[in-house]
Design a protein around this ligand. Structure first.
Ligand SMILES: *Cc1c(COP(=O)(O)O)cnc(C)c1O
Length: 463
């Protein structure tokens, strides 16, 4: 054994304690850490030949790299939709590495059974029925890709071709209909060989809405003349967190032939709050569902879940049968369900958080985030320099300058807020108007944070 490796083996508890001490110190300072690091990263150094041992690696990491890591897991990082990591989920994540299980299959370890238990808990959390089965993937982009891949296979079933064998060309052009799809849907269609250009926008409801006009969707489906299609419904749009009427869309199945995929990356968490659960009523009727977990569940990157009612078609797409891996059975191993073959036990951090805080604890995070978003919305809207572009429907505040918005002005405002070190917001364009978004999804954000964010934004808008 290499000397450095042997030393580390002999002093493993010490190394883990040192890593723990650094993590504890960094997490204790997270709330005051700058939300983004403006400086340039250090230049790359040559590959170490002899190696420093684990303790040396920790020292060099702490010196060279740690100072440049952002506070994106902290309470005032409101860019994109960026959750943090609950204390229990961090512990679960550490143990995921310590046990280093390969959850490709169920043989020889209980790890796959733990993933199944966690999938079941999440299914219940989001109000899905037992007909939905699921698996962990790395993020909502992959979850959308898996859901649409199963939908693609379903189109083959309707048209009498086996897409997984014959290829997507056997389907002819595929129609994909959606109101306000996330950009990752286009990426998924590119990966799946369906093509980004096959995504056809359906008109939205009038009156400052991002939700699809179900009447217009009905008409678009009628125009297909009976050809089966893919419909992507959106439960929580990124700009204004609007929700398609999932029940009404599902009801269209009585008259039209389509696969209903719901992108509920963060919107699914509305189900945790009785006041907001009606927004996702009808989610269970979907054929496939995407939910991100590194956003509003607040587990560390990277984790999401995909659900579908047609595991048989999922196995047709993703099976990886060989003499050494075996054939898919009635309870197919995970390697037959997801793009990955070897898989990290991504379920463990989620299992830890759900075990530690339960449905009630995660409901409290969602409800607090929604209340804080409303509070920030009121603060910003009352500032003469700023105006909201939409009501705060859930956890995102979408606002712009009240005295003329340009992309440059919004970018300057975002940079000034970032430079203050107080908050991090991301620019967007909403209905042609350059704007900024503040998205609340972190478990540790408080009212005091909202005060600081409001102060930083209004100060920057006045300057
Ligand atoms: C964030 C998001 C995605 C993409 O999620 P990743 O985890 O970054 O892949 C897809 N859809 C919606 C609605 C999202 O908010």
């Amino acid at each position: 054994m290499h000397r450095a490796l042997a030393d580390d083996l002999a002093r493993l508890p010490e190394l883990l304690r040192s890593a723990r001490d650094l993590a504890a110190k960094e997490l204790a300072g997270l709330a005051e850490r700058p939300v983004a690091q403006p400086g340039a990263a250090p230049p790359a150094v040559p590959l170490p030949v002899a190696g420093t041992g684990g303790a040396g690696a920790l020292t060099r990491f702490a010196q060279r790299w740690a100072p440049g890591f952002s506070g994106s897991a902290g309470p005032r990082y409101l860019g994109f939709v960026t959750g943090g990591a609950t204390p229990a989920s961090v512990a679960g994540d550490w143990l995921t590495s310590a046990y280093d299980q390969n959850v490709s299959g169920a043989a020889g370890s209980w790890a796959a059974a733990l993933e199944h238990e966690t999938v079941g808990w999440l299914r219940e959390l989001f109000g899905l029925g037992a007909a939905h089965t699921g698996a962990f993937v790395t993020g909502a982009t992959v979850s959308n890709t898996v859901g649409l891949a199963v939908g693609r296979e379903w189109l083959g079933e309707r048209l009498g071709v086996d897409v997984s064998r014959a290829g997507v060309a056997a389907l002819g052009p595929v129609d994909v209909l959606s109101g306000s799809p996330h950009s990752s849907v286009g990426k998924a269609l590119s990966v799946l060989g369906i093509g980004r250009d096959q995504l056809r926008p359906v008109p939205l409801l009038e009156g400052n809405r991002e939700a699809v006009d179900v009447g217009a969707l009905d008409a678009a489906l009628t125009a297909l003349g009976g050809r089966p299609a893919l419909v992507v419904a959106n439960a929580g749009t990124v700009n204004t967190v609007d929700f398609d009427d999932l029940r009404a869309i599902a009801a269209l199945k009585e008259r039209h032939d389509f696969w209903l995929h719901v992108d509920a990356a963060f919107g699914a968490f509305a189900a945790l709050s009785p006041a907001h659960a009606p927004l996702v009523a009808g989610l269970d009727a979907a054929d496939s569902v995407c939910v991100d977990l590194h956003k509003w569940l607040n587990v560390p990157y990277d984790a999401a879940i995909q659900f579908t009612r047609r595991r048989d078609l999922q196995v047709a797409v993703f099976h990886n049968a060989s003499p050494y891996l075996g054939l898919p059975t009635a309870e197919p191993d995970f390697l037959h369900l997801t793009p990955e073959n070897s898989r990290r036990l991504r379920a463990l951090p989620a299992w830890f958080s759900l075990q530690a805080y339960g449905r009630d604890g995660h409901r409290e995070i969602v409800e607090r985030n929604v209340a804080l978003a409303r509070a920030l919305g009121e603060r910003l809207d009352s500032a003469p320099e700023l105006t909201l572009l939409a009501p705060v429907r859930l956890n995102v505040v979408c606002f712009t300058s009240a005295t003329g918005a340009s992309p440059e002005r919004m970018a300057a405002l975002a940079s000034a807020v970032t430079a203050s070190g107080e908050a991090f917001l991301t620019p967007t364009v909403y209905r042609g108007t350059p704007a900024l978004r503040a998205a609340f999804s972190n478990w540790s954000t408080t009212e005091a944070d909202v005060e600081r964010v409001a102060a930083a934004v209004t100060r920057a808008a006045r300057a």
